[in-house]
Design a protein around this ligand. Structure first.
Ligand SMILES: Nc1ncnc2c1ncn2[C@@H]1O[C@H](COP(=O)(O)OP(=O)(O)OP(=O)(O)O)[C@@H](O)[C@H]1O
Length: 225
């Protein structure tokens, strides 16, 4: 099954870029602040206008609204609805899918369990810890079993032990569900833990490179710089 293809994708921030991600493959996007990483994810999610084509599973997504793209998107700001419980937040993406209320409730319960946040199902986001909020946002991105998962700095601002635990869990969950993924991060360790390979965006230009760590002998910046 074809994965994700970007053909000449560009806007005011990004120079025309091309990228192919195989079905089931995870690719990390590294690069400096303000380079255009989040912009690219928002374009793929259908949230920003652009030139060029986004093709997912062989389908050109031009003109397809965000909720019909089969994409799970976890933004940097999480965007959990504060007036809804965790479980109610997970019900939202399923409203656009066929199926009975019973089936939706079962899917929400299963996803909360997979993301180890079922014990907070009836809490509102404001009463959760940072790590719990990130688990809830991840669960909402996964609940509709999207064809493509977009994670923007998914586990920033967490302590190292919690991040390492989440990396292991997310990597195994994504592989079990066979999902294609793009993961924006500043952290080469996160890229190595969550992705099969990495690309870099700097100054709106995407490049594929293999060096992932800085060395005093390097004359060009590493992925993360
Ligand atoms: N809503 C907006 N309106 C105007 N300019 C924006 C908007 N959002 C982002 N930008 C600009 O687009 C450029 C790229 O931003 P983007 O958020 O994609 O960068 P990034 O690589 O994800 O950065 P970071 O790693 O700091 O999150 C920046 O110069 C930013 O100021």
């Amino acid at each position: 099954m074809p994965g994700l293809q970007l053909e000449g994708v560009a806007n005011a921030v990004l120079a025309p870029l091309a990228l192919r991600v195989r079905a089931g493959e995870a690719v990390a996007i590294l690069g400096p602040s303000g380079a255009g990483k989040s912009t690219l994810l928002k374009i793929i999610a259908g949230l920003l206008p652009h030139r060029g084509r986004v093709v997912l599973g062989g389908q050109d997504l031009t003109g397809t609204p965000p909720h019909r793209r089969g994409i799970g998107y976890m933004s940097q700001d999480l965007h959990l609805f504060p007036h809804l419980t965790v479980a109610q937040n997970l019900h939202l993406p399923l409203l656009f899918h066929r199926g009975t209320r019973t089936a939706r409730t079962a899917r929400v319960a299963e996803t909360l369990r997979l993301c180890s946040i079922a014990h907070r199902a009836d809490r509102r986001p404001a009463s959760l810890s940072g790590g719990e909020r990130q688990r809830a946002a991840l669960a909402r991105a996964l609940v509709a079993r999207p064809r493509l998962l977009l994670l923007d700095e998914p586990f920033a601002n967490l302590d190292h032990a919690t991040r390492a635990t989440l990396w292991r869990e997310v990597d195994s969950l994504r592989r079990d569900l066979g999902m294609t993924a793009l993961i924006v991060t500043h952290d080469p360790a996160e890229a190595a833990a969550l992705a099969d390979r990495s690309v870099r965006i700097a100054g709106g230009i995407l490049t594929e490179r293999t060096d992932t760590t800085c060395s005093p002998l390097m004359t060009t910046p590493c992925f993360a710089c």
